[in-house]
Unconditional design. Structure first.
Length: 242
């Protein structure tokens, strides 16, 4: 998804949503980046049996502690981990809590020694690490050869369009309204007479009395995103013009 114009300010409400992936892993080999971009070492190990793979999956679902890969954009001491990795430096990384909601084996290819998994997880989960940890638990190794994100929250890949469809004359037909992007947020309505003007100027309004951020609507129009403080609702993102 590409956010443009004022809608770019809505990214904070999307990036942390639950995500789903289709991941393809090559077993019997490891990569120093945990994916096909790294240096590959063949372990001369077979693909684990299907029953063993399926039996191992429950241990990698639920709340987990996950050590981020060295080839990642996280910073340590102000330096990106992938910059350290490129210089041949490996440092200790603190394990971080993540949640894997579901991890399912979709298919196996014994000839290619690959397996395809369907995964639903919290934001911040490294699928590369998940696959590597799974393989290690089975006495093998694996690295990602393909990864496709199939959903971010309520936004799913079946609504996506290929770049060939995005022609100048038809581009407007594929724009997702801002309201659809943040449809998961609670709604609070204001009146045209007393509320709209305040919101479009980014002023404080009466508390919405909901937890977290909420959409401020007026007659079906998305005006802004607000959040309550102790005595009023305050603007986080204003989308309407005064």
């Amino acid at each position: 998804m590409l956010l443009v114009g004022r809608a770019t300010r809505l990214s904070r409400y999307v990036t942390n949503l639950e995500k789903s992936y289709t991941a393809t892993a090559r077993f019997g080999a490891v990569s120093d980046t945990l994916d096909a971009e790294g240096y590959i070492t063949d372990l001369d190990a077979p693909l684990p049996p299907e029953d063993a793979l399926r039996d191992a999956l429950p241990a990698f679902t639920g709340d987990l502690l996950q050590v981020p890969p060295m080839a990642s954009a996280l910073k340590q001491g102000g330096v990106r981990l992938y910059d350290l990795h490129r210089r041949g430096i490996s440092v200790e990384r603190e394990a971080r809590p993540v949640t894997v909601h579901s991890l399912e084996l979709a298919s196996l290819d014994p000839t290619g020694q690959t397996a395809v998994f369907e995964i639903s997880c919290s934001s911040g989960t490294y699928i590369r690490t998940l696959i590597n940890d799974l393989a290690t638990s089975l006495g093998s190794g694996a690295y990602l050869t393909a990864l496709r994100r199939t959903s971010v929250g309520h936004l799913t890949v079946d609504k996506a369009r290929s770049s060939q469809d995005l022609l100048p004359e038809t581009l407007h037909n594929h724009i997702i309204p801002s309201l659809d992007v943040i449809a998961h947020l609670p709604e609070v309505a204001v009146s045209e007479e007393t509320g709209r003007g305040l919101v479009c100027h980014g002023r404080r309004i009466e508390r919405g009395r909901v937890d977290g951020s909420y959409r401020v609507m007026c007659g079906g129009e998305l005006l802004a995103v607000y959040r309550d403080d102790e005595d009023a609702g305050r603007a986080e993102v204003v989308l309407c013009a005064p």
